[in-house]
Design a protein around this ligand. Structure first.
Ligand SMILES: O=C(O)CCC(=O)C(=O)O
Ligand SMILES: [Fe+2]
Length: 216
């Protein structure tokens, strides 16, 4: 990573929304990337998500634990190959609890029981429009982990897709957690900066993993 003039410090972007730079070390990033590569393989692998309006999301996605489709959750890939969704690994649950504890200063042992992971892969042209993560029945915070290319992550408010919002640079290894009053805030990825990931990671593009609690 480039030497920083000023180290990036953890920052509360909105009430209940915290950015923790450089949360994953290089080894953890490599291990997560390897795992993502395995999860992306069929059956129930990486797919293009089609929206009911006839559009397609530009980020491709694979789910663990519960399969997300527009707009709900299922145990099989109802909008793809129909295969059972891959299981949610216990170590992602531990990672999620540790993330919330580090972001909010809570006790990890009492953290939420994560049971969903959505892995999004962004190539150079991929984006994600402003949306809310509102298909989960639980209000537990969403934990977001980024690998590879740096992106602009736009984090807004629960009421509207428009301002006020804050543009945050998410880099490889960064953690972002949003819960409480920001749990249903609109957010999106207007831009990925191609070729900005750590060369030693060996990833072309960007991966984002969000951990969620289904509440089911
Ligand atoms: O890629 C990101 O940083 C955000 C992903 C996201 O908002 C989602 O999966 O719902
Ligand atoms: Fe989201």
């Amino acid at each position: 990573m480039d030497a920083e003039l000023f180290p990036r410090a953890p920052c509360e972007i909105a009430p209940g929304a915290v950015h923790v730079p450089d949360w994953l070390d290089a080894r953890e990033q490599r291990e997560l990337l390897e795992a993502c590569r395995a999860w992306a393989r069929p059956p129930a692998g990486l797919r293009t998500v089609r929206t009911p309006g006839g559009g397609a999301m530009t980020a491709r996605q694979v789910c663990l634990g519960w399969h997300w489709y527009p707009y709900g959750y299922a145990r099989t890939v109802v909008d793809g190959d129909g295969a059972p969704v891959k299981p949610f690994p216990a170590r992602l649950g531990e990672l999620g609890r540790r993330a919330v504890a580090d972001a909010f200063g809570d006790d990890p042992a009492r953290g939420p029981a994560y049971d969903i992971a959505l892995v999004n892969f962004y190539d150079a042209d991929a984006r994600m429009g402003m949306h809310r993560d509102s298909d989960e029945k639980s209000q537990a915070p969403v934990v977001s982990l980024s690998l590879g290319d740096t992106c602009v992550f736009r984090f807004g408010n629960p009421g509207t897709r428009a301002r006020p919002y804050t543009d945050v640079e998410l880099r490889s290894g960064d953690l972002f957690v949003f819960g409480g009053p920001s749990r249903l805030a609109y957010h999106g990825v207007p831009r990925v900066h191609t070729g900005t990931g750590p060369p030693e990671l060996g990833l072309t593009g960007r991966l984002n993993i969000t951990l969620r609690v289904s509440g089911r």
